[in-house]
Write a protein that binds this ligand. Structure first.
Ligand code: CTP
Length: 423
């Protein structure tokens, strides 16, 4: 693995070397673990460093953060910490530990232990490998559970029979890794997964933990594959007992996939898009507003997320009425769409195949979006107007003229204002 590590970019290799120096100074052993090691072997870029320390991980993290001049966040309950570097690179530090689950689906009780126990508590063999970063052992792979072979055989395999019972979020994780890497959940693991689903384990997990896994799935590159597999293995009753995914839903989701792909390709520089929210809108489209409200409360969505999930229904009927005709004034298109989040506009584009709606939305993104006038209050004052509500009226007239293509430059705008006054 030495060669793999040496090929890493400087911004990753430097913090790894620094971790080695800090661990040596403290007489501790430090390892890279989890998804980072998996992706290193797969040749997939992964910038989330995960370090496990045999010894006091929090003490290590404090020294490490000061050596890197980085910010430190401690999570004392789990004896872990996160070091955040200036370029926003995040490094998770954990004390090697053993976990005991007092009840199925509960949070584990953690005690300090060694690397082997730490790897044994993990979800799948492919995520249970470590790489030493210390001295002569730098780059040595530690693989107690056959993770490397499973990677080569493209297998998702749990490490013990109760893995899905202890932590049912692993049901969703298994699907995520299977589809992301085009692997297969191996037969015994699949049997255990189905048994856990049958026991209703997903419904027993704290909803926020399910929410986090669901968001990760919907953020993946091809969430539709994962959605279909979840539908096949467990269904989406863990979001709402009434939720089942119909053929119509699947069509909507694949239309969303197309629209998101189109938008990212045509407008890569536009503001960040929460694509997962659009997929979630598609997933829960068949539920009424009351049920959506319950989901938001149960999953504790952030306020902005909740408002987009809840408001889109009301907004959509307004949109279809406003944009369904072939000829719609540019000002109407602008005033209808400009205040809306991109997620809602793209969802509408995916849901309503009416040609007029499609065209008006495309025009909006292409021509009208973000349009602003150049003249300001100062300009009106220089023209001799006393400030008042009248200013807003003039601005609206100028903006409408601009949307219609009647004025382009600031000079055009001033000319229009002068004409208006004369008139
Ligand atoms: N892990 C686990 N059980 C879970 C969640 C995480 O055993 N329910 C372990 C796995 O070893 C995993 C590591 O914690 O590799 C880090 O978890 P996370 O960051 O969620 O996943 P990654 O494997 O890094 O995957 P991703 O690339 O999606 O971040």
């Amino acid at each position: 693995m030495k060669e793999y590590l040496k090929k890493l970019p400087e911004e990753i290799l430097n913090p790894i070397n620094c971790a080695c120096a800090v661990a040596s100074k403290n007489n501790m052993q430090a390892y890279l673990v989890g998804g980072f090691v998996r992706d290193l072997l797969l040749g997939v870029e992964n910038l989330d460093l995960d370090i496990v320390v045999e010894g006091d991980g929090l003490r290590f993290a404090e020294d490490y953060a000061s050596a890197l001049k980085a910010r430190l966040i401690r999570h004392r309950r789990f004896v872990t910490a996160t070091v955040i570097l200036e370029d926003n690179l995040k490094i998770d530090i954990a004390t090697a530990r053993k976990e005991v689950y007092p009840h199925p689906a509960s949070l584990p009780v953690v005690t300090r232990s060694n690397l082997k126990d730490d790897l044994a508590r993990r979800d799948f063999s492919i995520n249970a490998m470590a790489v030493s970063i210390m001295g002569d052992n730098f780059g040595k792979l530690v693989d107690f559970f056959g993770g490397k072979n499973d990677l080569a055989d493209k297998k998702i395999r749990i490490l013990h029979d109760l893995s899905f019972i202890d932590d049912p979020t692993r049901i969703l994780r298994a699907v995520r890794f299977e589809k992301r890497y085009d692997f297969r959940i191996e037969p015994e693991t699949l049997k255990r997964l189905k048994a856990a689903v049958k026991l209703g384990m997903l419904e027993k997990v704290q909803p926020q933990r399910l929410r986090d896994e669901l968001i990760l799935i919907l953020k993946d590159k091809e969430p539709l594959k994962e959605i279909k597999r979840i539908q096949q293995l467990s269904g989406f009753g863990f979001i709402n007992p009434r939720l089942s995914i119909s053929k119509k839903n699947l069509e909507l989701l694949s239309s969303i996939e197309k629209e998101v792909g189109w938008f990212k390709k045509v407008y890569p520089e536009r503001r960040r898009l929460d694509t997962w929210l659009i997929y979630l809108m598609g997933l829960i489209d068949s539920l009424d507003a009351k049920k959506v409200k319950n989901i938001c409360a149960n999953f504790v969505f952030k306020r902005g997320e909740e408002s987009r999930l809840l408001s889109y229904r009301k907004l959509l009927s307004k949109l279809t009425q406003g944009l369904g005709r072939s000829s719609v004034e540019p000002t109407r298109i602008f005033h209808l769409l400009e205040p809306l989040p991109y997620e809602v506009i793209l969802f509408a584009k995916a849901k309503y195949k009416n040609q007029n709606i499609q065209k008006h939305i495309m025009d909006f993104f292409e021509i009208y979006h973000g349009m602003k006038i150049c003249v300001s209050g100062d300009d009106l004052r220089s023209l001799g107007f006393v400030p008042g509500p009248f200013y807003q009226k003039i601005f609206t007239i100028v903006l409408n003229a601009k949307l219609k293509g009647q004025v382009r430059t600031k000079d055009d705008e001033l000319l229009l204002i002068k004409k208006l006054i004369k008139g």
